[in-house]
Design a protein around this ligand. Structure first.
Ligand code: NAD
Ligand code: WQD
Length: 345
């Protein structure tokens, strides 16, 4: 079996990707320091896949330890590097921690990719690398010139892509950066989903918490945007669709079919959905009401962003299976799992 290292494998997208890798016949080892997760994730992965995931507890910013751990797993042929800090407001408050965590870990990982000749490397990038776009630039294509990053987190991802691009010039390994738009939802079984140790401020968990009565209401950040209903537009994508795209990307990197050894691909659904439409989709798919109020625009928010996903279709032979209704239904199933297990933080 081909062995794939998944860094950040105890986290939200990493855990869903491990499930899809296992189901596609790969062997997986996970590296994580549990700074935003815990080892209980591996129990949930096992309950879905039937497989006990071997893991290493390691902070990948530690170069010496990273060397040692990679030496132990030098039979790996691929790596998916999810490990990073990801909160936009937190990165504004703690830029040094974000640059150090996200970029030191990437440098340490890439050093090992070269030393051990790991053929296929996938890097978690983000739609936030595009910065603020004009309406005529939507849906956004990969070639679009970046604007200034809105926060240190987004800048750390711009820097990450630059590092990959330059490393690809001096080493033959295949390096692919995937730019995720807004991943939401949970495994369709309802047995795995997002369980961060840090506070989340994202729309989907806030909707499910409001519907569950864990918070009074959701505040819609702005209803005066120049959009069809005044609320901001995003490209939501089911986390399992994102996970499946990673399997395709790792397979592409393992093949000899890449035109150049560095590529960048958007991972979105291609659909722009407003905040109100997201709330309506949740209410329609669950039959529940979401109490909401209108508040001012949130600092740093863009009016609208959604992807052109034709490159992902063409290069990865992948497209989304799930729509916004399934995203919301699975998010609600996961919220119920959390309540049943008394995890309400
Ligand atoms: P997550 O926080 O759930 O998972 C990240 C995992 O990495 C966590 O388990 C954390 O403990 C681990 N980690 C962080 N720093 C580490 C370090 N130095 N050493 C070892 N482990 C470390 O986040 P996620 O939502 O699963 O995101 C995964 C990746 O995708 C990140 O790189 C993130 O920036 C990127 N991304 C996420 C989104 C999103 O909305 N979720 C969107 C675009 C890009
Ligand atoms: C979505 C929409 C809010 C909460 C961020 C990063 C992006 C990616 C995903 C990592 C926005 C509105 C939200 C609320 C609201 N992450 N909203 N009330 O900000 O689009 O994207 O996470 O790479 O890079 O920038 O995601 O889920 O926070 O917000 O009205 O209580 O929901 O204003 O329009 P965002 P989000």
């Amino acid at each position: 079996m081909k062995k794939i290292i998944v860094t950040g494998g105890a986290g939200y997208i990493g855990s869903h990707t491990i499930i899809e890798l296992i189901q596609s016949g790969f062997e997986v080892v996970s590296f994580d320091n549990f700074s935003n997760s815990s080892a209980t994730t591996y129990d949930r992965i096992k309950s879905i896949s039937g497989v006990e995931i071997p893991f290493e507890e390691i902070d990948l910013t530690n170069r010496a330890l990273t060397n040692t751990i990679f030496e132990k797993h030098k039979d790996a042929v691929g790596i998916i590097h999810f490990a990073a800090l990801k909160s936009v407001p937190d990165s504004v408050a703690r830029p040094i921690e974000y640059y150090r965590n996200n970029n030191d870990s990437l440098l340490n990982v890439l050093e090992q990719v070269i030393i051990h000749g790991i053929k296929s490397t996938i890097f978690s990038s983000s739609c936030s690398v595009y910065g603020n776009l004009r309406e005529d630039q939507l849906p956004v294509v990969e070639e679009t010139t970046w604007n200034e990053a809105e926060c240190s987190y987004a800048n750390s991802k711009q820097m990450g892509e630059d590092i990959l691009r330059n490393v690809a010039k001096i080493s033959p390994q295949n390096l692919i950066a995937l730019r995720y738009f807004n991943p939401v939802g949970a495994h369709i079984s309802g047995l795995n989903g997002e369980m961060p140790s840090k506070v989340v401020n994202n729309l989907a968990p806030i909707i499910t918490q409001a519907a569950a009565g864990l918070r009074d209401k959701i505040t819609v950040f702005g209803d005066d945007y120049a959009t069809r209903d005044g609320s901001a537009i995003r490209d939501y994508i089911h986390v399992t669709d994102i996970a499946k795209a990673h399997v395709k990307a790792i397979e592409l990197g393992l093949s000899n079919n890449m035109k150049t050894n560095f590529d960048v691909i958007n991972l979105g659904s291609g659909n722009g959905v407003t905040v109100f439409e997201t709330i309506n989709a949740f209410e329609k798919s669950t039959g529940l009401k979401v109490p909401f109020t209108i508040g001012p625009r949130r600092d740093g928010d863009v009016e609208a962003i959604y992807s052109d996903c034709t490159k992902a279709e063409r290069v990865l032979n992948w497209k989304c299976e799930f729509g916004i209704d399934e995203m919301m239904a699975s998010a609600w199933k996961w919220q119920q799992y959390l309540i049943k297990n008394n995890i309400t933080g």
